[in-house]
Design a protein around this ligand. Structure first.
Ligand SMILES: Cc1cc2nc3c(=O)[nH]c(=O)nc-3n(C[C@H](O)[C@H](O)[C@H](O)COP(=O)(O)OP(=O)(O)OC[C@H]3O[C@@H](n4cnc5c(N)ncnc54)[C@H](O)[C@@H]3O)c2cc1C
Length: 288
């Protein structure tokens, strides 16, 4: 009989480099799970919602906990960079406010100290706060296998609930976010019962306000579909226009119609529909 307090048996593999981790992923394929902070994976293994004969624990690989910013390359976040490091980083705070706010509002200090930003994305939970912000920021995930590296845009990364474009022989090594441009602003908001809970709904918006009108918009909403999604119809309404209250009302109504929320332990579909619209409107206002 399964007991949700006890971890099932698995063989723990402890690579000392990314290339060793990649070799292990190639050798064990779908029999292996990758462990970063473990705040999702260990619970999934305990509950039986994931099974794995092997666990590739990344924790001893040195130098993977970086946050690097360059004007040409943008922001690069290593696979072992914790949420706490993100919150403490002024470059993230100044240049990517949506991501900084998502990290700041993520869980509680104990979890933030071990949970990673990339682990949040790889879990592919529709309520992932970093996932939501990163989708709005147009980020990509860098995957490495024995065949080399490939960069997958977040737009193509989430396939279904808990499922990403990562192949079983690949290790995710970093998140890449395009460099910030003048006039591009972003914002993140979420609604939860208490801060320790996962989001009932989360929203991130990035607007290019470098001209007299809004040049470009990206709107991501989480916990309203099997994956975090973009609301492209609302983005199209923002493109090339000046944003006013009447437009915000229209966008809110489009958001409510475009999402497909469900009732679950954290909230109802009806609540999620109403609150998504409100949060998108507020996040756009925060950008303005
Ligand atoms: C009490 C509690 C509160 C929480 N609150 C929040 C919250 O407020 N907001 C929120 O978004 N989440 C929350 N979470 C969920 C979790 O903390 C986050 O999703 C976290 O960011 C996951 O990071 P991790 O390093 O712990 O990932 P892990 O648990 O190590 O891994 C998560 C998934 O990613 C895969 N993975 C990890 N690294 C790699 C890699 N390098 N290559 C390939 N696959 C990889 C793992 O195999 C696993 O499937 C909470 C969890 C708990 C227990």
């Amino acid at each position: 009989m399964s007991n949700s307090r006890i971890l099932p048996e698995f063989e723990l593999l402890v690579p000392q480099s990314v290339s060793e981790a990649v070799d292990m992923a190639a050798q064990y394929g779908d029999k292996a799970a990758v462990l970063a902070g473990g705040t999702d994976l260990l619970i999934m293994l305990q509950k039986g919602s994931a099974t794995s004969e092997y666990v590739i624990a990344m924790g001893e690989i040195e130098g993977l906990d970086y946050i690097k910013y360059g004007k040409a390359d943008g922001l690069r976040i290593g696979a072992l960079t914790t949420i706490t490091r993100m919150v403490d980083n002024n470059t993230v705070k100044k240049n990517y406010p949506a991501l900084w706010q998502a990290c700041k509002q993520h869980s509680a200090p104990q979890i933030r100290n071990i949970a990673t930003t990339l682990g949040n994305v790889m879990r592919a939970s529709p309520s992932g706060d970093c996932s939501c912000a990163l989708l709005a920021l147009g980020a990509a995930v860098m995957l490495e296998s024995k065949n080399g590296r490939r960069e997958v845009p977040m737009d193509d990364f989430f396939i279904n609930y808990g499922k990403t474009a990562r192949k079983v022989d690949e290790i995710a090594v970093e998140i890449v976010i395009p460099p910030v441009q003048n006039g591009v602003v972003s914002s993140f908001m979420r609604m939860t019962r208490t801060n320790f809970d996962l989001s009932k709904v989360n929203v991130a918006v990035q607007l290019d306000l470098s001209g007299k009108t809004c040049n470009e918009a990206r709107i991501a909403v989480g916990a309203v579909a099997p994956t975090t999604i973009r609301i492209k119809k609302a983005e199209a309404l923002l493109k090339g226009v000046k944003i006013n209250d009447a437009l915000l009302e229209k966008i809110a109504s489009v958001v409510s119609k475009e999402i497909k929320p469900i009732d679950d332990v954290r909230s109802t579909a009806e609540y999620r529909r109403d609150v998504s619209a409100v949060l998108v409107r507020r996040a756009i206002k925060a950008c303005l």
